[in-house]
Each structure stands twice: as C-alpha cells, then as structure tokens.
Design a protein around this ligand. Structure first.
Ligand code: ADP
Length: 344
C-alpha cells in the first residue's frame, strides 16, 4: 500500500493548458474520489497518475518515489476503465490471468491469484464462461478482477459504472465499497456523479477547469462548501441561491442577519420547510409538485423570477399558482460573496 503526493501538477496539450497546478496529498488506504463536470480534468489527472499521460510540470509521487519518468507498468497501479474491454474469445479465467501470463508469472501463482480474486468478486462459478455470456455488472467485475490479480499499491477507477444500468450501478457501487473495505488499498476513483462521490469517498476532490475547488470528506463538503460551485455541485437537487431582493419581508428577522447586496444566501432544498408568511425566508408561486411518496419536490418561482426547489416530507396542500412561504433554521443557511462565489 502507498499514499500519493501531487505537487504543482500541470498538463498542457500543445499551447492549451488543461491542468493548472494541482497539489494533493492522498493517505495510504484512502478512498479518494475526483469529481466535477465533464471536461474539468478528472480523467487527465488520473491518467497522469497512471502513467498514461505525460506530466507537463510538477511531480507525482507514489509512496516515496517520484514516478514522473517511471513507466505505467512499473508504478504499482492498476486501472479499471469505463469500457471493460475484455477479450471476447477468452474465458473469464484467462481474461483475469492474461496480464500475469504476459509478465511471465509462475502458473501456480497465477492460479492462486485468479481464484482469490474470483472469490472476492463472487465470480467463482463463472471462470469458464466467455464474457459474452455475462451481464454488464459481471463483466465489470472481471475487469476489476484483472486489476486485483496484479496486487497493485493503488487502484485507479475511471468512471467504472457509467456503462451499467441504474440498478447495477447501485449494486456495483456497493461491491466497490466492500472491496475497498476488504483490501484496504489506496483507491482513486473518477466520476461526474456526486452521489457516487458522496457514498464511496473518504475524501472528495472537486475539480473545475483544471483546478481543485475543494478537498474534504463528503460531510465537510456538504456542510461547509467553500464556494458556490461546490455548494451547487454537492447535493441533489442542488442548493438554491437568492440575492437580497429575492427574499421575503421578514427574512432578516428569521435568519438573524440582513443580507448585504454583496452576498447571496444558499438554502438546500431538503432544509426548507413550509411556514406561515410571518416566518418566511422566501416565498413564491408553486409551479409544479413531484410526489415521490416518501417525499415531494416542490418547484417554485419567486416574484423576482428565481426558480427554486423545496424537498418536503409531504406535498403542500396549495394548488398550482398559489403562494407558499418557506423557512429554514438560520444555522443551515450558507452565505457566499455574490461576485467571487467564496463562502463568507
Ligand atoms: P473529464 O475527465 O473531467 O471529463 P478530461 O480530463 O477528459 O475531463 O479533459 C480535461 C480537458 O482537457 C478538456 O478540456 C479536454 O478537452 C482536454 N483534453 C483532454 N485530452 C486532450 C487531448 N488529447 N488534446 C487536447 N485536449 C485534451
């Protein structure tokens, strides 16, 4: 097992710079998730750690060794990709054994490792099958098995669940979490899905435009987002934002402060509660209700035209077009600078 240290890591493709100096410490055994919108540089960063992309500037160290000039195969990492790319003409066993065979590992050792990985991944009954007779989830498990048999210091996952349907995604996500618990290796996992990030990570790294926006535990990012971007990226539905002109008449009394023109207040949908107008922080016309049984999504619009969502236990009694007031516990309100987006 090993930790990783990234220092001022930059990436340029020709004249275009896509990573702008990333500093990051990953403890050994940690499950770290890189998350952010498409194009923010998650895969590029992972591929630089894997040795599949050259590092333009800065250093990547695995354990105590700077690996900038170390070949991918010698870094002690194993990568699992979105497309599992199994060899169709080989059995599950042979697919898992292939890399070790290429590396001329002793056949008895290969057998031991493949069977151990198959046991961990519950693939023992499928070792003689060809990949085309497996479900998508089983195929992705074989791909993970191929990584496990290499006994890497660090596992790298690049959106491994994206090709699976919704039910299998949830199941395979749980399997990856169990795998981490069982193996205890350092794992770095790329996704654009904040739910995967929240559920899997010890530590989340939120990226935007080739820069780190915030690093922290899932709960730190949820409870104390350092800027408006992280606040809206973590949590679903995303945090609602209001300026001083969008708030209800008594908002300052309820929140315990007057919102200055230079700030916005962020209210999470799940923290908003229907209230009487005197205690309202925001009010608006109800546009639509989605009743999901265990909760309702209430879609609203303020008089000033700001759309927001409240997640309530029960659907409101109001009808479409009627005005509803919402309140919130003051300690659950988040404040951000209107210009820089920084927490204030
Ligand atoms: P993500 O994985 O977050 O979706 P990527 O790491 O794939 O993002 O890409 C980060 C940025 O680098 C994007 O703007 C992308 O267009 C650019 N990029 C990726 N690969 C190349 C390449 N081979 N040449 C030029 N630009 C690239």
């Amino acid at each position: 097992m090993a930790g990783l240290t990234l220092r001022d890591v930059k990436k340029r493709y020709g004249e275009t710079q896509v990573m702008h100096g990333v500093d990051l410490d990953i403890e050994h055994g940690e499950f770290v998730v890189f998350v952010g919108p498409s194009g923010c540089g998650k895969s590029t960063l992972l591929r630089m750690i894997a040795g599949l992309e050259e590092i333009s500037d800065g250093t990547v160290a695995i354990g105590d060794t700077v690996v900038n000039d170390v070949a991918a195969s010698k870094r002690g990492v194993a990568m699992v990709f979105q497309t599992y790319a199994l060899y169709p003409h080989m059995t599950v066993y042979k697919n898992m054994a292939f890399g070790l065979k290429q590396a001329k590992t002793d056949p008895a050792e290969i057998d031991k490792r493949v069977k151990a990985a198959a046991e961990i991944l519950q693939l023992g009954d499928y070792l003689d099958r060809s990949p085309r007779n497996l479900s998508g989830g089983q195929r992705q498990r074989v791909a993970i098995g191929r990584a496990i048999v290499r006994d890497p210091e660090v596992f790298l996952f690049d959106e491994p669940l994206s090709n699976l349907d919704a039910a299998l995604r949830v199941q395979t996500r749980l399997e990856i979490a169990r795998l981490h618990e069982r193996l205890g290796n350092t794992m770095i996992y790329v996704t654009h899905d904040q739910v995967e990030a929240m559920t899997l990570a010890d530590k989340i790294v939120v990226l935007r435009d080739g820069r780190i926006e915030q690093v922290g535990s899932p709960i730190e990012l949820y409870e104390r987002p350092q800027n408006a971007f992280v606040a809206q990226f973590i949590g679903s539905p995303k945090m609602n934002f209001f300026g001083p002109g969008d708030l209800a008449a008594n908002a300052a009394a309820v929140l315990g402060k007057e919102l200055p023109a230079s700030q916005q207040v962020g209210l999470r949908p799940e923290h908003m509660v229907i209230s009487d107008p005197a205690n309202g922080v925001v009010e608006g016309k109800m546009e639509l209700v989605e009743n999901l049984g265990e909760y309702a999504m209430v879609h609203m619009i303020t008089e000033t035209g700001v759309e927001f969502i409240a997640k309530t236990e029960k659907p409101p009694a109001a009808k479409k077009g009627e005005v509803i007031s919402f309140t919130i516990k003051p300690e659950l309100a988040h404040y951000f600078d209107a210009e820089t987006g920084l927490r204030s």
